[in-house]
Design a protein around this ligand. Structure first.
Ligand code: XIL
Length: 461
């Protein structure tokens, strides 16, 4: 009998093998595959965000507020989990120079000395920004404004000389929307386009050892705004204007999700010869959907060799600037959320018992492409219980936009409205002893895109 490689499979039925039989293993009939992608760490892997990131040559930081440092759980979580900090507000112009040439570094110094005591990297945020700018700055004429800007950069950077890893020299200088134009601000309106270049040149002279970054939001994917920033960075590099890094704030929510081309966008900036950093990450939501987005961001940074680190914009949800959207990795009681587990696993850390909470039940997933032919391929996800037995599991599979699924087996799928996100639950294979595994499979119609679908983290019950 000739097996037609292009026939449509019926759902919930294992497809017949095309042309040649694959090597099978054991009763479950698992197919061997080269390059199995393991999505979870081992028991010996680092058990904190900072430790796991360090093992990958990255930092993992948090925005920190000086007025919370006295709270035991806050400081303990910071010190245990993170190896970098960004003062959330304390280094902004209104905080350090609320009246002209009179500097107050008290709150920022508190964060800096805390971080130094724990050998954490410090990102300086931010020198020139239209927001949180004291009124007196906007009242100056061009000549005065130029010298006030340069004085501010110089005095602040010299105060922290040798202590700051990277400075956001200029923040949010481009407008949202399709124009790619500069944002109106006292600096832009009075000094013109050249203010950014001048700020970077002044910054290099003030602290030659700090990395100098341009930082912005809604530049996370390729769009008119990020294209405009890209053109500026390219021009700076061509003309020798000192710039070392670009920060991508990465504030995400349902209106502004993690863009599909996030990694490619980071990469194209890196290809200009600058470091890239994820500087203010927060993603509104909860549960496995939030965890999956965090995981994608973490994987994107790891996939770009010049992505030097990730900073989340706060520690527990309750102190987030967007607290109602619960966008962070820790809940209000400093409990680790599924997003935390996903980030830690993506960093290659964690392992059994790494999740905390959840009654000790945990699971991990790995993915392999087991078969490819004609116009489709088979994917297989292996679900493995952690150190405790589990009685159920949930894993999401997110297809590339061109792809569809024509068949599934050994699982019970449900689909989101986009038709691209399949949530798989057990179909009689939910009970797993400690360390035991099961697998489900699916056939993907590639429609030209042969890349692997994104496998979300595993949630155990
Ligand atoms: C936010 C802080 O989190 C808030 O506490 C403050 O009230 C406003 O600024 N882009 C930035 C950050 O570069 O400095 C902002 O931080 C968030 C958006």
């Amino acid at each position: 009998m000739v097996i037609d490689a292009c026939h449509e499979e019926r759902a919930d039925q294992r497809p017949r093998l095309p042309v040649r039989r694959a090597f099978t293993l054991g009763v479950a009939g698992l197919l061997t595959a080269a390059g199995v992608l393991t999505l979870a760490g081992t028991a010996s892997a680092a058990s904190t965000l900072g430790g796991a990131a360090a093992a990958k040559g990255r930092y993992f930081g948090a925005a920190v507020a000086a007025n919370h440092l006295g709270e035991g759980q806050y400081a303990a979580t910071l010190d245990t989990e993170f190896n970098a900090v960004t003062p959330e507000n304390e280094m902004k112009w209104e905080s350090v120079e609320s009246s002209r040439n009179s500097f107050n570094f008290g709150a920022a110094d508190q964060i800096v000395s805390h971080a130094q005591g724990k050998s954490m990297k410090i990102r300086g945020h931010t020198l020139v920004w239209h927001s949180q700018l004291p009124g007196w700055v906007g009242g100056l004429g061009a000549t005065d404004l130029r010298s006030a800007m340069n004085n501010h950069i110089t005095k602040v950077m010299q105060h922290y000389q040798g202590k700051i890893y990277a400075w956001d020299v200029v923040n949010e200088a481009f407008q949202d929307g399709g124009s790619g134009a500069r944002r109106s601000s006292p600096f832009q309106d009075k000094l013109g386009d050249g203010f950014i270049e001048e700020a970077f040149r002044t910054a290099r002279a003030a602290d030659p050892n700090a990395k100098l970054c341009y930082n912005d939001y809604n530049t996370d994917g390729q769009n008119a705004k990020s294209n405009a920033v890209y053109a500026m960075v390219k021009d700076f590099k061509a003309r020798g204007v000192p710039i070392d890094c670009v920060g991508f704030q990465s504030h995400f929510n349902s209106q502004s999700p993690v863009p599909g081309d996030y990694q490619q966008n980071l990469q194209r900036f890196a290809d200009l010869g600058v470091d890239v950093q994820i500087t203010e990450l927060d993603i509104e939501g909860s549960g496995s959907a939030q965890a999956d987005s965090y995981r994608r961001v973490t994987q994107a940074c790891l996939a770009v060799s010049r992505c030097t680190g990730i900073t989340v914009w706060g520690i527990p949800d309750k102190y987030s600037w967007r607290a109602s959207g619960t966008p962070l990795l820790f809940d209000d009681n400093y409990g680790k959320k599924p997003a935390y587990d996903a980030v830690l696993a993506a960093l290659g850390g964690g392992g059994d018992g790494g999740g905390g909470g959840g009654g000790g039940r945990s699971c991990t997933v790995s993915y392999a492409e087991t078969q490819r032919w004609g116009d489709r391929f088979n994917g297989q996800v292996t679900v493995r219980a952690g150190s405790s037995a589990i009685s159920g599991w949930t894993v999401t599979v997110t297809l590339r936009s061109a792809q569809t699924v024509s068949a599934t087996w050994n699982g019970s799928p449900s689909w989101d409205s986009s038709g691209k996100v399949m949530t798989m639950k057990p179909n009689g294979n939910g009970n797993l002893g400690a360390g035991a595994s099961t697998s489900f499979g699916f056939t993907v119609m590639a429609n030209g895109d042969w890349s692997a679908p994104t496998i979300g983290s595993c949630t155990a019950s």
